[in-house]
Each structure stands twice: as C-alpha cells, then as structure tokens.
Write a protein that binds this ligand. Structure first.
Ligand code: FES
Length: 256
C-alpha cells in the first residue's frame, strides 16, 4: 500500500511494464507536424504559394473565398480553416490524444500525471470543448463542398471531362473527410441518443437503423481521424507542388 501511494505521487510513475509512452509520443508528434505544416502552408505562405492548379484546388482553400476588401497578405484559408480546426480540436478522439501527449493529463492509463486536481471540462478554456456539436453542424455542411471540389477536379475548362492523379487524390480526400465526420461520436448520439425505446415506433426504429449504420463507421473513428488528417495534408501538398511547378500531374488532358 505504501508503495502504491508513493507511485501515485510521482509524475510519470507507473507499474505498467509495456512501452506505454510510444503511443502518446507518436500521435503527439504526428499532430504537431500537421499543425506546423498546415499553419505554414495555408496561413503563412497563403497567397504567395499558389494553391490552385488547373481543375485542382487545395482542400485548405475549398470553397475559395476571396473578397476584394481583404488585403493580399491575408490568406483565403482563414475563411475556411476555423471550421475544421474547431471540429478537430474539440473532437473526443483528438482531445484524448493531445491531453495525453501535450498536457500529460494523464500521459497514459494508470500513469501518474502532474496535475494535482481535476476539473474536467467544466471550466474555461476547456468548457469550450462542449461546442463540438456546433462544429459538427458546420462540418456536415463541408461534406458536399468537399465533394464539389473533388468532382470539379475531373473537369478542365476548355477541354472538359478527364482524370488526373490530382482528381483521384482529391476524391480520396473527400471520402476520408466524409467518413471522419460521419463517424463522429456526437453525430451518433444526435441520431440515436436520448431514446428510451428503440422499437416503440417507426420513428424510433428508423433512428435505430441509422444509429446502427453510423456505429459501423464510429467503431473506427480513430482510424478515420488519422487517415483524413494525413490525406488532407497530402492533398494540399500535392496541389501546391503541381501549382508551383515542382511536380507534373499525370492526366488525360492535353493542355495541363
Ligand atoms: S468525436 Fe471526433 S469528430 Fe466528433
């Protein structure tokens, strides 16, 4: 008992014998790399690093909003990125990841943490995490917008229908971002939560069916979260490389 009490007091101490620190180190590093890349690519370089190439538009800028009154040094991505940023930072899975990796709260199951008290998400700023449902509504609006961008990537003005590597990358990206959104815990609760009886009426039975379908995606929310994060970063990088003449896109069009 004396040993257990001692362990509880010292930060980072645990009786676990596995390499529990690999996951928070790996996922924290991945998240940090994405935050740095997306900030530099979309916000700092913004207009100076071309983000449109033929029929392709980087997903960080979809839909392109460029009002005339906005100074040139402000990236159009500022009108877009607040939505996915808010959705991801309040996501239940990402909270788990960055609480562990960055706040050490706790760094792993059954591993002691530095904080002496715990107030959950009931105080500022963490109380803002409760806005996740609101960011979900915005994210749902972005699904058709991203699909529009993906379908647009198969049409080159002046030549018409065709396909290129960029079209496929943007399509895969729209699919993965859609699956990440549809696998959201909050959406699952919105569809099937708050019911006492699933079989009581046609309405509740229909909700049960929808809930069952969403649950299939929800089981893999972590996988969708990472796959879509990587795909959106790669799609942005690919479009930038093509737009800035670093890469040549393989496609069926003759003038692109
Ligand atoms: S819980 Fe992760 S997106 Fe909603």
């Amino acid at each position: 008992m004396a040993q257990a009490t001692d362990i509880q007091r010292r930060y980072g101490k645990t009786q676990r014998v596995d390499r529990w620190w690999i996951e928070p180190a790996l996922f924290g590093g991945g998240l940090l790399a994405f935050v740095i890349y997306s900030t530099v690519s979309a916000l700092i370089l913004g207009n100076s690093w071309h983000f449109e190439a033929g029929p392709y538009l980087s997903p960080f800028f979809e839909p392109l909003i460029k009002p005339g009154w906005v100074p040139e040094w402000i990236s159009p991505a500022v009108f877009i990125l607040w939505a996915p940023l808010g959705f991801r930072t309040t996501c239940y899975y990402y909270r788990r990841t960055y609480y562990r990796s960055f706040f050490m709260s706790p760094p792993g199951c059954a591993v002691t943490e530095p904080a002496k008290s715990y107030s959950g998400e009931s105080k500022f700023p963490f109380i803002l995490q409760n806005a996740h449902r609101l960011f979900l509504y915005v994210a749902l609006v972005f699904i058709p917008i991203l699909w529009y961008g993906a379908l647009k990537a198969f049409w080159l003005d002046g030549e018409g229908l065709g396909v290129g590597v960029g079209s496929l990358i943007l399509t895969a990206n729209a699919f993965l971002l859609m699956m990440y959104t549809l696998s959201c815990h909050s959406l699952r609760h919105l569809i099937g939560g708050g019911l006492d009886c699933f079989s009581c009426s046609n309405y509740t039975r229909t909700r049960r069916k929808a809930w069952d379908i969403l649950s299939l995606a929800n089981e893999h929310h972590k996988g969708w979260a990472w796959a879509s994060l990587i795909s959106v970063g790669l799609a942005d990088l690919y479009v930038h490389l093509v737009a800035n003449g670093v890469l040549t896109d393989l496609n069926t069009w003759s003038n692109f």
